[in-house]
Structures are given as C-alpha cells and as structure tokens.
Design a protein around this ligand. Structure first.
Ligand code: KG4
Ligand code: ZN
Length: 340
C-alpha cells in the first residue's frame, strides 16, 4: 500500500510516498528556516504563504522521486492538528482537493502521532507497552502506548516546550533560529559544567521549561553585569564566543538532564514498559541521544517535520481500523490533544 503523506503544520512544507508504513519511496522537505532565521522565529502568516507557494511542486517532486503516478497512490494522509492555523489550512485544503480530484481515501493524522511513527519508519524494533517521549518545538510529553495507535498522556509540560526553550535560550545568546541545532553546534566547544542551572521542581511526570530560560537569562545578566532584559541584541553583544559556548553547553546539559530524569521516573512508574521511543525535533539532539542509549530515536533526517512520518502514522491507523475522513468536510484543530 502506497500512501502520500503531506505535512505543513509549522514551517516545513513536506510530502513523501511511503510503502506499507515502513519503506520510504520519496521524502521531500522544503524548510523555511532561511526566511525565519532573519526574524528570529516563525511568523505564522509568512509560513502559510510560503506553504502555498511550494506545496504543489513539493507534492509533484515526491511523486516523481517515488516514480509514482496518481494511479499508484492508494491513499493520501495529511496533518490536520495541532499546529499553526494558516499552515494547517494550506496542507489540509490541498490534500482534500487532491483526494476528491483523484478519488483517493483521505486520512487525517495528529502531528505528534506522526512524530512517534518516525521511529517505526526508521526501523525501531520497539515492543509494547512502551513509553514515547515527544520533544518538539510545540510539545513535551511522555506517552504510554499499549499498542499501535493507542496513546495515553502520562506527563506534559505545564508551560514552554523543550524545543521552544532551546529557541528562546538561543535568542538570549544571539544564536540564529532555529535555536536547537545552533545550541547543539556551539555547545560542542563549551564547558557544560561552567554554569549551574537548576532543575525545576515539578510534580510527577510533568515538565516545566520557562524557569530554565529565565535562569539562563539571569546567569547571562550576572555574567555581563547588566540587567538588560530578554530579548536583547545588546546582551549577546557583551558575551564572548567562549561564554556563549559555555552557556549553550551548560543549558543543553540541564535540558537533557531534565528529560532524562523524567523519563527515568516514568519507567519507575510504568515498569511494564518494554521500550522507549523518542520523537520530535529535539530528538535530533546528539547529547540527548547519548544520554538515552537504550531508547529508539528516528534517523536525524526524520526527527524534524517530514511527510514520511505522516504516511507511516496513517498506515498504522489504517491497520488499526481507522476510517478515512470526508474530504469535503475535514477540519483543522490547531490545539487538539493526541488523546482525542
Ligand atoms: O518537531 P519539530 O520540527 O517541529 C514541531 O513540531 O515543533 O521541532 C522543532 C524544534 C525546534 O524548537 C528546534 O530548535 C528543535 O526542534 N531542534 C533541536 C535540534 N534540532 C531541532 N533541539 C535541540 N537539538 C537539536 N539538534
Ligand atoms: Zn513537529
């Protein structure tokens, strides 16, 4: 079964053809990073317009790379939730129209589900029940999965997502958007024990990352001896490259430590969990991969947003008996939970 997966929930326009949920026949991702590096973050209206410009060529390329015509495609899958409203609209309306035009069944996929399924398409041999830790720009959650397509949230962030925290700390340090990969790069030459940053005190399996961002800001202010507030280009100009590297390394060590600590607690609370999978943009982080040697991770190329994971997630939904949606009425849900 060949599924065309379409993803436009944030700032990547992506389409892929996936065979039987595990084999990637093509995977095209057009990133808007260059546009948003200039602004220091995603601007929703600009993201939506960029999706509109490239979505049809991206889908054409995904079909061409897979050497498929529309006759070869058995189903279309699209991210309909959660994400940026305008971005989701472009992907879903395109998928709806193509499904009607080419008479294909249409499947609507939750973005976090597709991130989790990036693991299976990367060859994970995970056993149920398992714990899935989703670490992205918009979410930080630990999920308990009894089987395919069954998700129970057992921990979630009470404020910022971990990826958001990487992005905000990068801004404080004067590193370009997206912060995660840039912090990881700069941290390589830094001393991770230079600055002591506290782990937040949050009950149980929940996370909090806004305090960590503030702790970095306070430490930077102390280091430069000035109370300039966030975000300020003045603040970063006062830091030396060595200090930036040390802050990046110390912050990364703390963020990874928090994730590691909560996952350990989750494994204690759910001792029947037989595997751990990690997913979402932050799962590309090498320090996190090193800290969790027993967990499954997607290949780095599939950690961020892509269409292949959407096709994979839809395949497992179909196997679980999920019905196609009505292409004339499919809606988008910018904030809906994975449990719905
Ligand atoms: O999953 P994703 O591509 O989009 C969302 O669904 O949010 O995640 C994007 C997030 C951004 O916050 C980005 O800074 C972070 O993932 N990220 C990383 C790395 N690569 C991307 N964070 C830490 N280390 C990385 N290597
Ligand atoms: Zn994502």
């Amino acid at each position: 079964m060949k599924i065309l997966g379409i993803e436009t929930s944030c700032d990547e326009t992506a389409a892929a053809v996936v065979r039987d949920g595990v084999e990637i026949l093509s995977n095209v991702v057009v990133s808007q990073i260059d546009i948003f590096a200039e602004y220091g973050g995603v601007i929703p209206e600009v993201a939506a317009r960029s999706h509109l410009e490239v979505i049809l060529p991206v889908i054409d390329k995904a079909l061409a790379d897979a050497k498929c015509s529309w006759d070869d495609i058995d189903a279309i899958a699209v991210t309909h939730a959660p994400g940026l409203l305008g971005s989701l609209l472009v992907g879903t309306l395109t998928a709806r129209t193509l499904a009607i035009l080419h008479n294909k069944p249409l499947y609507a996929v939750h973005h976090l589900k597709s991130h989790v399924y990036a693991n299976w398409i990367s060859g994970a041999e995970a056993n149920f029940p398992l714990l899935a830790m989703v670490v992205s720009g918009g979410h930080t959650q630990i999920l308990y999965m009894r089987g395919h397509n069954q998700f129970e949230i057992i921990g979630t962030t009470v404020d910022d997502a971990v990826g958001e925290c990487f992005d905000k700390v990068a801004k404080i340090l004067g590193l370009p958007y997206p912060g995660g990969p840039n912090i990881a790069r700069v941290a390589l030459s830094g001393n991770e024990n230079k600055y002591r940053l506290p782990h937040p005190k949050v009950e149980g399996l929940n996370f909090s990352f806004s305090g960590l961002k503030t702790a970095v800001l306070r430490a930077v202010q102390k280091e430069v001896g000035m109370e300039i507030s966030y975000p300020s280009h003045l603040l970063k100009d006062l830091l030396t490259p060595e200090q930036v590297a040390d802050f990046a390394a110390s912050f990364q060590k703390t963020a990874v430590g928090i994730l590691q600590e909560k996952l350990k607690l989750a494994l204690e609370k759910y001792p029947d969990a037989r595997s751990v999978v990690v997913a979402g943009g932050v799962s590309a982080n090498a320090a996190l991969r090193k800290a969790l040697p027993k967990a499954y991770f997607p290949t780095p190329a599939l950690s961020g947003d892509n269409g292949a994971m959407v096709g994979a997630a839809a395949y497992y939904e179909i196997q679980s008996g999920v019905e196609p949606v009505n292409p004339y009425t499919l809606n988008i849900y910018p904030r809906i939970s994975i449990e719905n």
